[in-house]
Design a protein around this ligand. Structure first.
Ligand SMILES: [Zn+2]
Ligand SMILES: [Zn+2]
Length: 349
């Protein structure tokens, strides 16, 4: 398997490039100084005690310069990559940034297996963020403590998909939230700081109706600027990617892809008794001439949230991108379900 610390293809910020044995850069996830071993041999955990000591001193010096205080520690616990030496300098009160808006995913009774995959990968790539699940019958197995299941009542037909959501979101106190459907699989870490910057941008500017957080051109050649599906203009670069605004000619203003939503914009186009498909197509038609709200897209080499389409009409998709992230127990369950369970369910969504 390739190692992102051996390759170091994308570097957001370099603090110290002066010693050939290591480089001190911003960690892409935490946006904090991180020393990465780049001596010989390269992909190792064990280095000489001299190298070990001097790399630690160099990281301490960078942290002191940056933070202006000794109130930090060198964190030698490696989470995402276990076998290539790298350490973080973290302020003593540092925590994984909490996403500053509630996160919602909607599901239905037929998608219980799909939801399991979603939850497993949410745990992996969103860490301890809280997830609100909007469904009908509560899942048969106990959910993690950071997951809350909200029942919208009895299972409804797909043509009533929107009705329960309208009832739920109309009563929500928050004006800004993240929403998506459960038929996707997360495949890389989430940039919590970037998501929070975008949430703040929406709180400051009520004319932003939605910001798309994921790759909207999955599978399309040529990227967003040449997309046959979207018409956009460049707005600005943000830390890890660029922001674009959909122009009035763009036909896909409304989608169920993971996005930060302005509640008023969401409820303006979500009409009673719609399927998700009707919400996207009719909503987009109506939103085309919307002068009140704009829709922004994130696009670039990285995305605030990285996912692949994972499930469609009862079939798994892009399994090679996400299946290996699942624990063996869930893989076994999926294999069993592939042979038996799904054939008893008719998928219409
Ligand atoms: Zn490596
Ligand atoms: Zn980090």
């Amino acid at each position: 398997m390739s190692c992102s610390l051996c390759e170091l293809k994308t570097i957001l910020h370099v603090y110290d490039d002066s010693d050939p044995r290591w480089i001190i850069i911003d960690c892409m996830t935490c946006l904090l100084p991180m020393a990465v071993w780049r001596g010989t041999p390269l992909h190792v955990m064990e280095v000489s005690s001299k190298d070990y000591y001097e790399m630690e001193e160099a990281l301490k010096k960078t942290a002191l310069d940056l933070l202006g205080t000794e109130d930090f520690y060198i964190d030698k616990v490696q989470n995402q990559i276990q076998d290539h030496l790298h350490w973080h300098a973290r302020p003593n009160d540092w925590k994984i940034p909490k996403i500053e808006a509630p996160i919602f995913v909607s599901t239905n009774d037929k998608h219980e297996m799909c939801l399991k995959v979603f939850c497993e990968l949410f745990e992996k790539f969103f860490k301890s963020q809280k997830l609100n699940i909007l469904g009908y019958t509560p899942p048969s197995e106990k959910l993690s403590d950071n997951f809350v299941f909200h029942s919208m009542g009895e299972q409804q037909a797909a043509c009533e998909w929107s009705t329960g959501l309208i009832d739920f979101f109309s009563l929500l106190k928050d004006d800004i939230f993240i929403y998506g459907t459960e038929d996707v699989a997360f495949i890389k870490h989430t940039f919590f700081n970037v998501v929070n910057d975008l949430i703040k941008m929406m709180k400051d500017d009520p004319s932003i109706g939605r910001i798309n957080l994921v790759d909207c051109c999955e599978g399309d050649e040529g990227g967003l600027e040449n997309s046959p599906h979207y018409k956009v203009k460049f707005v600005k670069d943000i830390k890890i990617c660029s922001l674009y605004e959909q122009t009035p000619e763009s036909p896909y203003k409304i989608t169920t892809q993971f996005s930060i939503w302005n509640k008023a914009f969401f409820l303006k186009y979500l009409k009673k008794s719609q399927t998700p498909w009707e919400f996207e197509t009719r909503g987009s038609q109506e939103a085309a001439s919307d002068k009140e709200y704009k829709v922004l897209m994130t696009y670039g080499k990285h995305f605030p949230v990285s996912k692949k389409e994972a499930f469609k009409a009862g079939k798994w998709e892009n399994q090679s991108s996400w299946y290996n992230f699942l624990p063996t127990s869930l893989q076994t369950e999926i294999e069993k379900w592939n042979r038996k369970g799904k054939h008893t369910i008719e998928y219409i969504r």
